[in-house]
Every structure is written in structure tokens, then in C-alpha cells.
Design a protein. Structure first.
Ligand code: SAM
Ligand code: GLN
Length: 284
């Protein structure tokens, strides 16, 4: 028999020995026990039940091999909502929650007088952006697209679990929108933007889908594809919102200026002060 504290300390020690930090074991225990942190602290000297200890230690073994906590749990929290994840989708990131918050603010500021607002999330993955937006702003008519049929399956399941109606379509970048002759107020994308040769954390490269990560030689391939065709799917008065890499402002700004010399645009910093979002406005 062992206490919560003993089991946790042991897990943290194993993770530290592998240079994997000591954060995840506590978060994992919180999720498995379904407790708030302050309640778990109160329980620390209690004995942990055997089945729970077994599940926990099996999970810690997988984490010690670099597997992300979200894969072991089978879900991740995003904008306060729970999203199923598996190796076919990018695990939604906290930075992307900030993108959602800025899009909601822009909706209020720019489109609040309209009866309907039409939006699309290109490269939707788990559906995190589209579903969180629909939960927060039910008046949005939003759909999601992805090249990966496996990802779209996860997104559909997440829409059901979160009780929203969001259509998800398999297809290449803007093609599904063009095929359906849709005219959008808002085009959103967190495309794959990592340069092909970039060195990355092992837990990301080994466990997350490469189709979700890499954006060609300079990481900007998908922005070019979208910039090239976006006017076909956007209303005259409309906007685009993108996530981007922290060091991509310069080349992206050059692209924006060459594709849209007359458009207003802004780069927005995330909470850690890095420029991680690009918003482009057409006639608004
Ligand atoms: N939107 C999700 C998020 O923010 O968590 C996932 C973003 S992930 C960085 C990029 C997504 O783009 C992946 O789900 C990937 O499958 C998708 N993707 C890659 N190439 C694509 C293409 N040619 N057309 C559409 N989607 C594509
Ligand atoms: N932010 C992700 C990472 O660093 C990459 C997401 C993307 O390419 N859009 O792993």
C-alpha cells in the first residue's frame, strides 16, 4: 500500500530522470482522480486505491517514453471544453486559445451588426478552433476542413461530445469552400507552419502527425496557398485570422504586402510577448 504522495513523488522522480520535467505526473493524477488541486493536496497522505495506482503507473511508464499526457488520457482541454485527441490530430495548444479569444473580439467589433456571420476553419484537426468558437458564439455559421479523413472523424466526434452542429469536410485547403461557392466573413487557419528541417521536441515529432506540423521548406507553404486563392471565398468586407510561428513575422509581412497591398493587417502577441497571430482585414 502507498499514499498518493508516495506514488506521485516516485512518478516525478522517474520523469525527471528522463529529463521530462515533473509537471505532467501531477496533472495526470488530477485528471484520473477528477479532483481539483486543493482537494488532491488534502488527500496526499491517504492511501491510493490499487486499481487507480495501477492505471497511473502504466500511464507514467508511457509518459517516460515521451508519449504526451493527452494521448494517454485520450483528451485535452481547450477553451474550457474537452476534446478527444489521438495520433491523427494535433493536440490543441494553449496559444491557439488566444487566437480564439481574439477572433471572438473581432467578431464583436466588426460583424456584430450582421444577421449571420459565416466562417471557416481551414486545417481544423480535432475541430478545437471551430467548436470552441461555436460554443462561445452560437450565431456563427462555422465549418471546418482538413485534408485528413482521420482528423475529420475526430472533429465530428468532438462536435457531438460538445453538443454543437459544426459541419466538417475532408478536402485540400480552400478547395471544399470553392467547390461549394461559399462566401465567408471570416477565414481562420492554424496551418502547419514548422519549416521542414526544423529540430523539434521528441514528444512532438514522434507522437504528433507530421501532416499537422510541417509547412514546406520555410514553413510558409500553406499561407501562400491560402493568400493565392482566398479572395475567391471571401466577401468584399471580411477578415482572415492565422496562427504563426514566433519568428515568422518578417517573411509573412512581406507576403501580406505583396498579395494584399491595400489591406489593413496586424500581428498580435501572445501572453509571452511573442508575435503568434496575424489578422488581415479587407474593407473593415
Ligand atoms: N486547427 C487545429 C488546431 O489548431 O489545433 C489543428 C492545426 S494543425 C497545426 C494543422 C492541420 O492542417 C492538421 O490537422 C492537418 O491535417 C491539416 N492540413 C495539412 N495539410 C492540409 C491541406 N493541404 N488541406 C487541409 N488541411 C491540411
Ligand atoms: N505549435 C505547434 C508546435 O510547436 C505547431 C503548430 C503548427 O504548425 N501550426 O508544435
Amino acid at each position: 500500500m502507498a499514499t498518493y504522495k508516495e506514488v506521485l513523488k516516485q512518478a516525478q522522480k522517474q520523469m525527471l530522470e528522463k529529463d521530462l520535467g515533473d509537471q505532467a505526473p501531477f496533472l495526470y493524477l488530477l485528471e484520473l482522480t477528477n479532483m481539483e488541486a486543493h482537494n488532491l493536496y488534502m488527500e496526499m497522505d491517504q492511501e491510493i486505491e490499487e486499481p487507480l495506482r495501477h492505471t497511473y503507473e502504466e500511464g507514467i511508464k508511457r509518459m517516460c517514453k515521451g508519449e504526451p499526457l493527452s494521448h494517454i488520457l485520450g483528451y485535452e482541454w481547450f477553451y474550457g471544453y474537452r476534446f478527444n485527441v489521438n495520433p491523427h490530430v494535433l493536440i490543441p495548444r494553449p496559444e491557439t486559445e488566444e487566437l480564439v479569444a481574439y477572433i471572438l473580439a473581432a467578431c464583436d467589433e466588426l460583424f456584430s451588426k450582421q444577421e449571420t456571420i459565416t466562417a471557416a476553419d481551414i486545417g481544423t484537426g480535432s475541430g478545437a478552433i471551430a467548436i470552441a468558437l461555436k460554443k462561445e458564439a452560437s450565431y456563427l455559421q462555422i465549418l471546418g476542413t482538413d485534408i485528413s479523413a482521420d482528423a475529420i472523424q475526430v472533429a465530428n466526434q468532438n462536435a457531438v461530445n460538445n453538443e454543437v452542429m459544426v459541419p466538417f469536410i475532408v478536402g485540400d485547403m480552400l478547395e471544399p469552400i470553392i467547390d461549394r461557392n461559399l462566401q465567408l466573413d471570416i477565414l481562420i487557419s492554424n496551418p502547419p507552419y514548422i519549416p521542414q528541417e526544423e529540430k523539434m521536441e521528441k514528444s512532438v515529432v514522434d507522437f504528433e502527425p507530421h501532416v499537422a506540423l510541417f509547412g514546406g521548406e520555410d514553413g510558409l507553404k500553406f499561407y501562400r496557398i491560402i493568400f493565392e486563392k482566398c479572395r475567391q471565398v471571401l466577401k468584399d468586407r471580411s477578415m482572415m485570422a492565422f496562427e504563426m510561428g514566433w519568428n515568422q513575422r518578417k517573411p509573412l509581412e512581406a507576403l501580406v504586402q505583396s498579395y494584399f497591398p491595400d489591406a489593413r493587417y496586424e500581428f498580435i502577441k501572445d501572453m509571452s510577448g511573442k508575435e503568434r497571430m496575424l489578422f488581415i482585414y479587407f474593407h473593415c
